[in-house]
Write a protein that binds this ligand. Structure first.
Ligand SMILES: [Zn+2]
Length: 270
């Protein structure tokens, strides 16, 4: 399994903080590019399009600066050169501090009404994950490359910790605040979606709804599952339910009472 590194990114100018999951080597910069795993706000001119890179070597983490204005590591300026990092490192780039953090993310899985898996993303601290109507997103930016097939999915999850996804029309957003996932409704009042959003088959009455693992948010036919690592779950096979349950398979659904072992082709044990 590829090693994953979680980086906390603090913008001291705006007060924003977010966490990003990186595979190594992790490139840092402001250019809209998939290789830039830590994407910094492009409005800061002293930050380079590709500013630096973190790698793991046999001697530990190494940071290579490739910028015009340099970075600071341990109070020292690093410009166009390499420096060793400690295990709990901090890299300063202009108004940003980037540090290694330990997090336990929630896993957000979207499926359509046929239970076809569409997207799997981690919910990390920061702006969170947005949910938009695919047609509205494509209308807003006709040049975007959608992460889902519009024939398969009506809604798409967007990683709002990347600036490229800001200013998109959203139906709602998942946020992680102090290890608590929260659903935030109706972000963009100027774009009434008319979508019906439900949590575990019930109506959502608050603008901010706290969620727990195994909750399911449904937006019309799209299902968004709130999951944690290393936990198996069973989708209820009753086709008007399809909610998530903990094992064992011999139990009844916690929502509708349907016997989970009778789930037939609808059930899946992950
Ligand atoms: Zn059920």
């Amino acid at each position: 399994m590829q090693e994953k590194l979680y980086l906390g990114v603090k913008n001291h100018a705006s007060g924003d903080y977010f966490v990003t999951a990186c595979s190594l080597p992790a490139q840092i910069g402001k250019q809209h590019d998939v290789n830039n795993q830590v994407l910094l706000d492009p409005k800061y001119r002293t930050i380079s399009r590709i500013h630096g890179m973190i790698e793991r070597t046999t001697r530990g983490f190494v940071y290579t600066d490739s910028s015009a204005n340099g970075s600071r590591v341990g109070g020292l300026v690093v410009r166009d050169s390499r420096v060793s990092l400690s295990t709990a490192f901090q890299i300063e780039i202009e108004n940003y501090t980037i540090s290694r953090v330990e997090v336990r993310p929630f896993i957000i899985l979207s499926t359509n009404s046929k239970l076809t898996q569409l997207q799997t993303l981690e919910l990390l601290p920061g702006r969170g994950l947005g949910v938009g109507d695919v047609r509205a997103l494509n209308k807003k930016n006709p040049h975007r490359v959608s992460a889902v097939d519009a024939k398969e999915a009506a809604h798409e999850l967007l990683d709002l910790n990347r600036w490229t996804e800001w200013d998109m029309p959203l139906i709602g957003r998942l946020e992680l605040v102090e290890q608590q996932p929260i659903w935030v409704s109706d972000l963009d009042a100027s774009q009434p979606s008319g979508a019906s959003v439900r949590r575990n088959k019930g109506p959502l009455t608050q603008a901010r709804t706290p969620l727990t693992a195994l909750d399911v948010i449904e937006i019309d036919g799209t299902r968004i599952e709130i999951l944690t690592h290393h936990e198996s779950r069973i989708v209820c096979g009753y086709d008007r339910c399809h909610l998530l349950n903990q094992p064992p398979l011999e139990a009844n659904c916690r929502f509708c009472g349907h016997h989970l072992a009778n789930s037939g082709g609808f059930s899946r044990l992950l």
